[in-house]
Design a protein around this ligand. Structure first.
Ligand code: ADP
Ligand code: MG
Length: 309
């Protein structure tokens, strides 16, 4: 703490402040010195990385603001985190988690992503915990907000590729935001889809047939994943009935054949996740086999708005 104050008073470090960003403006890549980012607790510790709760405290008097800081255990120039940063910097929407800046670790080798902190965590933790206080209408409001964020993302020519309840963050009981742009890809103006070349862990139970079979990702592939996310939301993210659980329960555990092959088989034969009680029927139109036959986010927004008025 003493060090922070001394540096601060002598004005040795330029103290970055978060600029007020007008909508549709690209965020500057503000580099925040690690001495101004004080670690509080680990929010999530995964296999490859972590998300920490920190205090961004440029004055060094603990009056700063809470931020979420994402980092990877091992990192290189082409890591997902660097790509995630280059994506999230360009996004400005009420239903997308806000970028704040980047910061190096003490050694200076690794980069960290600093975002606004959403106190209630992801829908996957929030919904089971608060089930008794959240009615169906509230769930539809979350669905509408996700569609609004996705419509914006698509308008910027991005495909999220990891839309799932675990990646929807909760600001408060009436506001959710899309997070985790680690797999997000930008599609070129002359292309309708992004073709994945690298092999990586994919959220296969959230993926449409064209993603599993041809590794092609259209905006409509995000609509499919939204359908699976809607399924999760309408079932309050019940662990016993998560998308992988439902698939394994209804198709059976492996009989020698790879899970992925059986998943593709089942989807091609028309198998779909069940529609949760009281879930609008449009969920099925998110899961049309051909991407061009799926409902789009714009129509989904209109339908959810209709339900909510
Ligand atoms: P990963 O790429 O490891 O999946 P995510 O960006 O999805 O990383 O973050 C993992 C988890 O960390 C989320 O499910 C959520 O619980 C928590 N988290 C991430 N970002 C934030 C944030 N801005 N505020 C609060 N919690 C967050
Ligand atoms: Mg995630």
């Amino acid at each position: 703490r003493a060090i922070v104050r001394e540096l601060d008073e002598k004005g040795i470090y330029h103290i970055p402040t978060f600029p007020l960003i007008p909508p549709k403006c690209h965020n500057p890549l503000s580099l925040i010195h690690y001495l101004f980012v004080l670690f509080f607790i680990n929010l999530v510790q995964g296999n490859f990385g972590m998300v920490e709760l920190c205090l961004y405290d440029p004055k060094g008097d603990q009056t700063g603001e809470l931020v979420a800081v994402k980092s990877l255990k091992t990192e290189n120039e082409s890591s997902n985190l660097r790509r995630e940063i280059s994506t999230i910097r360009n996004l400005y929407h009420e239903n997308i988690v806000k970028y704040k800046g980047i910061c190096n670790d003490e050694g200076g080798a690794n980069i960290k992503l600093i975002m606004e902190y959403l106190p209630a965590g992801s829908l996957k933790e929030y919904l089971p915990r608060n089930k008794s206080n959240i009615d169906q209408k509230r769930l539809l409001l979350y669905a509408l907000q996700i569609c609004q964020g996705m419509e914006y993302l698509g308008s910027q020519n991005y495909i999220h590729r990891d839309l799932a309840a675990r990646n929807i963050l909760v600001e408060n009981e009436s506001l959710v935001k899309i997070g985790d742009f680690g797999l997000t890809k930008s599609i070129k103006d002359d292309k309708e889809y992004y073709k994945v070349t690298e092999e990586q862990d994919s959220p296969v139970y959230w993926y449409a047939p064209e993603c599993l079979i041809n590794r092609k990702f259209y905006k409509a592939s995000d609509v499919w994943s939204f359908g699976v996310t809607l399924y999760e939301i309408m079932s309050y993210c019940d662990r016993e009935n998560s998308p992988p659980q439902v698939f394994l329960k209804s198709i059976g555990r492996s009989h020698g054949q790879m899970t992925m092959t059986r998943l593709v088989d089942a989807l091609e034969k028309g198998w779909r996740m069940p529609r949760p009680d009281s879930c609008p029927e449009m969920i099925r139109r998110c899961w049309s086999h051909a991407p061009e036959n799926r409902v789009d986010f714009n129509s989904l927004i209109k339908e959810f708005e209709f339900f909510l008025t």
